[in-house]
Design a protein around this ligand. Sequence first.
Ligand SMILES: O=C(O)C(=O)C[C@]1(C(=O)O)C=C[C@@H](O)C=C1
Length: 120
Amino acid sequence: MHDQVIEPGEPGAGCPACAPSGELRVALPDAEAITTLGEARAAIDGIDAVLAELLEHRAAVAAVVQRLKPVGGFAGRDPGREREIVEAMAARAPSLGAGRLAPIVNAIIEAGLDAAASRR
Ligand SMILES: O=C(O)C(=O)C[C@]1(C(=O)O)C=C[C@@H](O)C=C1
């Protein structure tokens, strides 16, 4: 397990974890090795910074999907696809599982659809 966290940087300071190639590389903190509140919060800040970068890029791609679909936006929601997304994420995040991930995925999808609507 890796023992480094990324530097979250200042908001709007670009993407500290992004390589010039557009790849996002992240050193995952070893939770078991964290012993202080400061270390734990720094690790969370690093993870949240990466989550925010990913969410920003996800929203941009989701906006493209809305333009490509015959019926986009909230009217074109696809519960089957949303279940697939939750199940795929649950396989990678077993301690959360589908039950806890479902409302998170729902919030991410709704935020993406809302942002896509305001891009138009
Ligand atoms: O895959 C789609 O059809 C999308 O519109 C994208 C997306 C998503 O953000 O992942 C958004 C709404 C749908 O309900 C399902 C998935």
